[in-house]
Design a protein around this ligand. Sequence first.
Ligand SMILES: Cc1cc2nc3c(=O)[nH]c(=O)nc-3n(C[C@H](O)[C@H](O)[C@H](O)COP(=O)(O)OP(=O)(O)OC[C@H]3O[C@@H](n4cnc5c(N)ncnc54)[C@H](O)[C@@H]3O)c2cc1C
Length: 380
Amino acid sequence: MNILNYTEEHNRFRARLREFLAKEVTPHVDQWEKDHIVPKEIWRKMGEAGFLCTATPKEYGGHGLDFLYSVIVSEEVARTHHSGLSVSLHSDIVVPYIESFGTEEQKKKYLPGCVSGEIITSVAMTEPGTGSDLSSMITTAVEEGDSIVLNGAKTFISNGINTNLCVVAAKDPAVADPHKSISLYIVEGGTPGFKSGRHLEKMGFHSQDTAELFFSNCRIPKENLLGMKGGGFIILMQKLQQERLVCAMGAVASAELLMEYLIDYCKNTKVNGKPLSKNQATQFALVEMMTEVKLGRAFTDKLIAEHIEKHNVVVEVSMAKYWTTDMVKKLVDRAIDLVGMPAMLEEYRLARAFRDVRILSIFAGTNEIMKIIASRFMGL
Ligand SMILES: Cc1cc2nc3c(=O)[nH]c(=O)nc-3n(C[C@H](O)[C@H](O)[C@H](O)COP(=O)(O)OP(=O)(O)OC[C@H]3O[C@@H](n4cnc5c(N)ncnc54)[C@H](O)[C@@H]3O)c2cc1C
């Protein structure tokens, strides 16, 4: 039984996207991994083909499609086995801030470019000394006449090099309560005083351009405040459910892809004259791994269905984010032992997978923070 009601139209969209990715993305992934960035051109091609911001309303140049299209994009991009084309971050995490909290002028000005891929978004919360505890951020936003002046540094920012629209969290130093002092601001690429710093070299996610960002007397118009002044925390909280659900969806899709690869490998690789898949120990391992993937799929699909029906499932989504990302980490680790030495080679799939999935438990809220959220709601 399928919990999610995919229609023929959804299925056709998935097939078209899979074909597009096979032609425009997969052949280039190895090069992008070496370059540590994807070309901006691929964003425009994705936009042109209708695969960016599928949920954005038609009146702002979008496609006005339901969340299942976002699920399809997230799953199919995960199947391309790289992290650089961070479509879900753009379409399902950053752009929804503008859609939900932007003024009419902001939506008209920015959303069409987000849909076409001319605009590549990023969100800058983390600072050199501030990760999970956002209340201790020190980047400031001070009003001066018709402007807001930003000063500070951000780090670990995905799309930090390619971005030309950054949603920045900054604090009003005049407001003592940290939960009321943080606001979000839209900063356009090329604004004087806003620049990218180091392109950070990471253990995994090689094709994703993760960078430092600096704001030095960066003056933006007052109209670039996103949402209510001092409402930064509330905005971030309201969008956490979708953000973390997207992480769980990516983890399950990666796990499924890995299982396809692993089963194929075990069936087609002989050890002591017989396929690996004929060893009972290997069979048991594959069955156990597949069971976990199916548990992850069932849990995540249930949450997707509830999210579409606008239920508050933030606690279960926190559980799913930590469980599915831990699950795929364990899965790759075990897969490497099953495959043996070839798993160490870059030409096989597992080396990159091992590096990439390691990151999933850290970003979008660490898995420890997920458990803190869940324990609070469980009344512990
Ligand atoms: C690939 C990648 C891309 C990223 N992209 C972005 C981006 O686009 N924009 C952005 O703003 N940030 C981004 N980040 C940063 C990410 O959001 C932070 O790494 C994350 O919030 C955790 O912060 P930290 O790494 O500084 O860890 P810390 O918060 O310093 O935590 C260190 C350790 O302490 C634990 N810990 C923290 N607080 C508690 C607590 N109260 N109780 C128990 N344990 C706790 C954590 O779980 C962790 O194990 C990215 C990170 C990565 C790895």
